[in-house]
Write a protein of this length. Structure first.
Lengths: 384, 158
């Protein structure tokens, strides 16, 4: 009866919990903007956030695609003021516009593989959550021993937990849910190795003083000294609990936080806009101006993604009407030359409403233009 | 065989969003669940080519990614235990609070089974797929979890 009552209690609480949980945020359905493009905007935005937060990341739109070629011998821009490319209701084409990794996959692959003797523990942190303790070890270069040449590290460390001098009999499981990618270990950016274990409710009690890590290549000539860090300490075991030894989960080496962000070909394009006195009833017309710091080839032509309040819209940029052409007749944005693009969408009918207009190229790392708009005369404030 | 990712990733992942969101909320609390979910979806999208439909349904693969992102989020934000108490969607009565505290003290495996079965509302077969074990093992783990909860909560009846 007790088991049934607990089952009922959990079901009832779980149902209340689910009912009270807000719906997950997701992009609004969009006209002219496919779900794929919308998700790419969200995913790309998150990818950029992750990169800015510091984790090395690939923000490629596709796999193993070359970077877009630079414009060659472009036609010199005229002295005229910025042109306005006329509006065309072009559909999104979802071009594959790759980002630029930092470091690149080639740079990582070209680095020589780390020997264990290249490495040293340069930091250690411990965090606990929900009964599990996570030990994160920063594995950097042993500069005094081998200088500052970067090396490449990949895979899972070999982990041994010790109680004093004795190895503890614990299960060590590699967490394969996250996958493993090579990491470039540099003077400024160590690799991170994370080990987790749950010290409670396991019997018999063990006391972990030290954790030994073996990673990188191991010379065959002699047994190398493993990297050593302070361990997890003592487990707990309540009376009556079954014999249940601790399990240690190990994550593969991953990059530590980088201070710089990954590069995008469009990060050098400033995006500004002018909403003017746009009305939200009927058609809304505004312009978006792109000003690139460098000659920016518009091939492939990027899509754009925008939101007027909660309503998304987007499509293909009218690159064909951009008047600046290189020697191969490809459209491009000349450096430091504003090029405006006319945009149109439907306003909101009915009562006046204040909403936010947001526009960006549908490319990872693209800046965005944001303005507050209202009906009946519009108040705009550009924010980049 | 499970459905491969195909060209429309959002359509492929959309049916699983509620479960993924609930799982994220159980891991890091409601306030941070959206962030963790979006990180997980971005990672899943980047790694979609690694999903092997012949090895099973998408949900276990996706939940594993959410679990990883949640763990890294907790490390980054230095969150500690009893998140559900600090940030849950339900107004907690004293009994609910006691239950959440007891849940936090379950073994990871028991906690995982309880979260998947009672909070994500997955059936035993799906829980078994996610946890990589047999359905019978799931039932046994749930039974053990309920027994542990009764003991922690001082439920002496039966």
């Amino acid at each position: 009866m007790g088991d049934e009552r607990m089952d009922h209690r959990l079901r009832e609480y779980g149902a209340r919990w689910r009912e009270a949980l807000p719906e997950p945020a997701e992009p609004a359905p969009a006209e002219g903007l496919s779900r794929r493009s919308g998700w790419l905007v969200a995913a790309a935005a998150v990818a950029v956030l992750v990169v800015v937060g510091g984790v090395l990341f690939a923000i490629r739109g596709g796999d193993d695609q070359p970077a877009p070629p630079a414009a060659t011998s472009p036609t010199p821009p005229s002295a005229e003021p910025a042109v306005v490319v006329p509006w065309e209701p072009l559909p999104a084409t979802h071009p594959d516009i790759p980002g630029i990794e930092s470091p690149t996959a080639d740079e990582v692959a070209a680095a020589r593989a780390c020997w264990i003797t290249d490495l040293a523990v340069v930091g250690r942190s411990v965090e606990g959550a929900a009964g599990t303790t996570y030990l994160t070890v920063e594995v950097g270069l042993a500069l005094e021993r081998r200088g500052d040449e970067p090396c490449r590290l990949s895979g899972y460390p070999d982990v041994t937990l010790l109680d004093g001098e004795e190895a503890i009999d614990v299960q060590v499981r590699e967490d394969e849910s996250v996958g493993s990618e090579p990491v470039l270990v540099t003077e400024d950016h160590p690799a991170l190795v994370t080990i987790g274990w749950s010290p409670g409710h396991f019997c018999p009690v063990v006391h972990n003083d030290v954790v030994h890590l073996r990673l990188g290549r191991i010379p065959q000539a002699a047994e190398p000294v493993p990297l050593a860090v302070a361990g997890f300490g003592r487990t707990t075991c309540n009376p009556g609990e079954e014999d249940n030894p601790p399990v240690v989960g190990v994550l593969p080496a991953e990059p530590s936080y980088y201070t710089g962000r990954a590069r995008s070909p469009y990060e050098q394009v400033a995006v500004t806009g002018d909403v003017g006195d746009g009305q939200l009833t009927g058609d809304v017309t505004f312009t978006v101006t792109l000003t690139s710091a460098v000659d920016m080839l518009l091939e492939p032509c990027p899509d754009y993604a925008a939101f007027l309040g909660p309503r998304g819209f987007g499509g293909g940029l009218n690159c064909a009407a951009v008047p600046y052409r290189d020697d191969h007749d490809r459209p491009y944005l000349p450096a430091d030359t504003p090029v405006a693009f006319e945009m149109r969408t439907h306003g909101y009918p009915g009562s006046p409403v204040a909403v936010e207009l947001m526009w960006s190229l549908d490319v990872p790392g693209s800046p965005s233009f944001t303005a507050d708009v209202t009906t009946g005369g519009g108040r705009s404030r550009n924010r980049n | 065989m499970a459905e491969a990712v195909g060209d429309d990733f959002p359509a492929w992942v959309r049916p699983h969003l509620p479960a993924l969101h609930r799982y994220a909320a159980r891991q890091v609390g409601v306030a941070d669940a959206d962030d963790v979910l979006q990180e997980a979806l971005a990672r899943a999208w980047r790694r979609r080519s690694t999903y092997d439909a012949s090895r099973g349904e998408p949900l276990p693969w996706l939940l594993a990614i959410v679990r990883d992102r949640a763990r890294r989020h907790r490390v980054r934000t230095r969150q500690h235990a009893e998140l559900a108490e600090a940030d849950g969607p339900v107004e907690l009565s004293p009994a609910d609070r006691d239950l959440e505290l007891a849940l936090a003290r379950l073994s990871p495996r028991q906690r995982e089974a309880v979260d998947l079965y009672y909070f994500l509302d997955l059936d035993v077969t799906d829980v078994a797929d996610v946890m990589g074990c047999a359905p019978g093992t799931v039932r046994a783990t749930l039974h053990q979890a309920r027994a542990a909860l009764r003991e922690l909560l001082g439920d002496d009846d039966g």
